[in-house]
Design a protein around this ligand. Structure first.
Ligand code: P6P
Length: 337
C-alpha cells in the first residue's frame, strides 16, 4: 500500500519503530519543528498584510541587513524548540553565539542548527524562501554545550530537512533512510506525504549559478560553466538551460524533483570568505539530503559532508546535484587547478 497521504508525524513514528530503544524524543523534536514551520509559513504568507515585509534596522552576524521576518522567524524557531526538553542547545544563522536552553527548562539529547528564513531577500519580491535545519546528537554527558560540541561533520547528522514556502509549503526530510517530501494541507494543518523516496537523476541539462560572479571564479568552474554555455558547440553532448532563484531551498527542491547542478563556488570576491553559503545550517543539511537522494555534494575539492566545522558560521563553496555533473566539476578541480 502506498504511504502517500500519511502525515509526517505518523511517518516518523513508523520510522522510529525501526530504531529499537528509541525514546520518542526525536519524534517529539520533529513535531516541534513541523509546528514552527507551519507558523513561519503562515507569517510568510501574510507578511504583506500584517506589515512584516521590509528590512529591520539591524544586521546579523553575517553583516547582512536583516529583514523583519528574519528576526521574527528566528524567534518562532527558538520559542517552539527551547522548552520541549528535546534539545541541549541550538545555533542560528541570525545569532552569533549558540543559544542555550533557559535555566530551569529540561534539556535533551539533540543539538539543532538552523537558518530560520533562507533567501529572505526574496520576501519583498514574492519569491520562495525557506527554513533549513540540521539535527546532531549532543555528545554524551555534556549538559552545558559549547561551540565545540557543535563542531561535528555532516556525516554525524541524525536528520536534515528544509521547508520551502512557495506556491505550496513543503517539508523535505531525511534521517538517513532516503528523502521524503511532505506538503502542508492548510485545511487540516498537517504535513502530508506527497513525494516519497525522492531521487535526483544522475544526468541533467540544467545548471544554477549566479553568473554575475563569473569574473571571480576559479579556472575549473570557469571551464565547466563555459562548456555548459556552449553546449554541443563547445564539446558537451547536449545544450544546457540555466536557472538562478537566489533562494537555496527553491534551487535544491528543483534539483530534487528534476535534477540539475546548483553551484555557489569559491570566488575571489572580498565579501565571500571561503564561500558564500554557511556550512552548518545550509551546505551540510542540504548535502545530507542530496546524497540521500542519490546526488553528490562537494566544495570542488572535498565532500562537504566530511568537513569538520571550525566555527558555527563557517562558509564553504557548494557544488551539489546530479551526480555525473558534480563529478565532472570535481574532476576539473583535480586536473585544472
Ligand atoms: P546571491 C540567500 O541569501 C542565499 O544564502 C541562498 O539561499 C542563495 O542560494 C544565495 O544566498 C543567493 O546568493 O549572491 O545570488 O544573492
Amino acid at each position: 500500500m502506498s504511504d502517500i497521504g500519511k502525515s509526517i508525524i505518523q511517518f516518523i513514528v513508523e520510522e522510529q519503530r525501526n530504531h529499537p530503544g528509541s525514546t520518542g524524543s526525536f519524534t517529539g523534536l520533529m513535531t516541534d519543528i513541523a509546528s514552527a514551520c507551519k507558523k513561519i509559513s503562515h507569517l510568510v504568507n501574510r507578511s504583506g498584510i500584517i506589515g512584516l515585509g521590509g528590512a529591520a534596522e539591524s544586521e546579523n552576524v553575517q553583516g547582512e541587513v536583516q529583514k523583519k521576518l528574519d528576526i521574527i522567524t528566528n524567534d518562532v524557531m527558538v520559542d517552539h524548540l527551547n522548552w520541549t526538553g528535546h534539545l541541549a542547545a541550538m545555533a542560528s544563522e541570525e545569532i552569533e553565539e549558540i543559544i542555550q536552553i533557559p535555566d530551569g527548562l529540561p534539556k535533551g539529547e539533540y543539538l539543532i542548527t538552523f537558518d530560520p528564513l533562507d533567501g529572505s531577500s526574496n520576501i519583498d519580491v514574492n519569491i520562495s524562501v525557506g527554513t533549513i535545519f540540521s539535527i546532531l546528537r549532543c555528545p554524551p554527558g555534556v549538559t552545558e554545550p559549547t561551540v565545540e560540541d557543535f563542531m561535528q561533520p555532516g556525516t554525524e547528522q541524525v536528520c536534515a530537512g528544509f521547508c520551502v514556502y512557495g506556491p505550496t509549503t513543503m517539508m523535505i526530510l531525511t534521517t538517513g533512510q532516503g528523502v521524503n517530501g511532505f506538503t502542508l494541507d492548510r485545511d487540516v494543518g498537517e504535513f502530508i506525504l506527497t513525494h516519497p523516496k525522492m531521487t535526483i537523476p544522475e544526468e541533467t541539462a540544467e545548471f544554477a549559478i549566479n553568473m554575475s560572479n563569473q569574473r571571480f571564479w576559479e579556472p575549473p568552474v570557469q571551464r565547466y560553466i563555459d562548456e555548459c554555455m556552449k553546449g554541443v558547440d563547445g564539446g558537451r553532448e547536449k545544450n544546457f538551460n540555466m536557472r538562478w532563484v537566489a533562494s537555496m531551498v527553491a534551487e535544491v527542491y528543483r534539483v530534487l524533483t528534476r535534477g540539475g547542478i546548483f553551484m555557489y563556488p569559491l570566488d575571489t570576491k572580498p565579501s565571500t570568505d571561503g564561500g558564500k553559503l554557511r556550512l552548518m545550517y545550509e551546505a551540510s543539511p542540504m548535502s545530507f539530503i542530496v546524497e540521500q537522494a542519490g546526488g553528490m555534494s562537494s566544495t570542488g575539492r572535498e565532500r562537504i559532508m566530511e568537513i569538520k566545522p571550525d566555527g558555527v558560521h563557517q562558509r564553504v563553496p557548494v557544488i551539489l546535484g546530479s551526480k555525473k555533473e558534480v563529478e565532472r566539476v570535481v574532476f576539473y578541480h583535480q586536473n585544472d587547478a
